[in-house]
Design a protein around this ligand. Structure first.
Ligand SMILES: [Zn+2]
Length: 313
């Protein structure tokens, strides 16, 4: 752990309410009561200590519906301090309804600054993407997770999946991938591709594209995952090995964008969204990470997003 955690737990300054409207000032700092924050922080520490292992926690009621990021929001609120700079993305976009509303809520109950710039953020809450810009050691990336159990694909019983994790018995997941190859001559799992963390725990990386998985491997930032509805927290600490399941003779592959580039900023080597023009039916592509695209447009960023990509497949 970085020495950040103790300072985050320190009390907010007495005047944090001054900048807020009177109605918001009646909440605890960051909405959750101090007991809830303490419990969530303790669960996070356990999750960091056992990378990839799902830790149960008492998920709180939040003022948004379950399934809209209540897990990610609880981690954000338990960790955020007055000096933090917050970024929230939804499928790579800073300006979607979900991202904008979560940002609005967190600033109302904390008064923290928000940004769209990945490099300027200290705390990033995300749904289904990892930013293209490499993350730094003092940054936190918090994932909203719909289904935390990677084995749910092959086993409906919670009791049985717990046993499989305890015994590191992942043979049925291997078999599932093998049968996929036999049937389709490729692994058809797109998002939620199962990964092995620290060579021990099978983990669901949340529905990020396969493209983002190499960024989890030995990353410099702390990755935290939380499913509010399923009441589970798990983590990938910095510099931890994260390997997608693959066979010796059938390598893991990320999505291929060979020969394509962003129609807006011209970048190659970023994860692209397909855009179909309704009038002409023409297909174009644009960066899924809108903040990266903006930066590249302004010429502040290199046009090759990162060293990994198709060549790393
Ligand atoms: Zn772009």
């Amino acid at each position: 752990m970085t020495p950040r955690m103790p300072s985050r737990a320190s009390a907010p300054p007495a005047d944090w309410r001054d900048s807020l409207p009177p109605a918001e000032g009646r909440y605890s700092y960051a909405f959750l009561d101090e007991g809830a924050k303490r419990e969530i922080r303790r669960r996070m520490l356990k999750a960091v200590a056992i990378p990839g292992c799902q830790v149960p926690f008492g998920s709180r009621e939040m003022p948004i519906a379950r399934g809209w990021g209540t897990g990610g929001l609880q981690l954000t609120l338990a960790l955020i301090g007055p000096e933090d700079v917050l970024k929230v993305i939804d499928q790579g976009a800073d300006d979607s309804v979900n991202a904008v509303n979560i940002k609005k809520f967190v600033t109302r109950v904390t008064g923290v600054a928000v940004t769209t710039d990945t490099a300027a953020a200290t705390l990033i809450q995300t749904r289904h993407r990892i930013p293209e810009e490499p993350l730094r050691p003092n940054q936190l990336l918090i994932f909203q997770v719909p289904i935390p159990e990677p084995l749910r694909l092959v086993e409906p019983s919670e009791r049985e999946t717990r046993r499989m994790h305890a015994e590191a018995d992942y043979s049925r997941m291997w078999l599932y991938l093998y049968e996929d190859i036999v049937k389709f001559n490729e692994i058809t799992v797109g998002a939620r591709y199962p990964v092995l963390v620290n060579r021990r725990h099978l983990m669901d990386p949340s529905p990020i594209p396969r493209w983002d998985l190499p960024k989890l491997d030995r990353g410099e930032a702390l990755f935290l995952f939380c499913a509010g509805r399923e009441k589970r927290i798990y983590a990938v600490p910095p510099y931890t090995e994260v390997q997608p399941l693959a066979f010796e003779d059938f390598a893991f592959r990320v999505e291929a964008f060979a020969g394509r580039r962003c129609a807006r900023c011209g970048s190659v080597g970023t994860y692209l969204d397909e855009v179909i023009d309704d009038a002409t039916g023409r297909r174009t592509y644009s960066c899924s990470d809108t903040a990266f695209c903006e930066k590249a447009l302004r010429g502040n960023s290199v046009k090759e997003a990162r060293p990994s990509g198709e060549d790393r497949a």
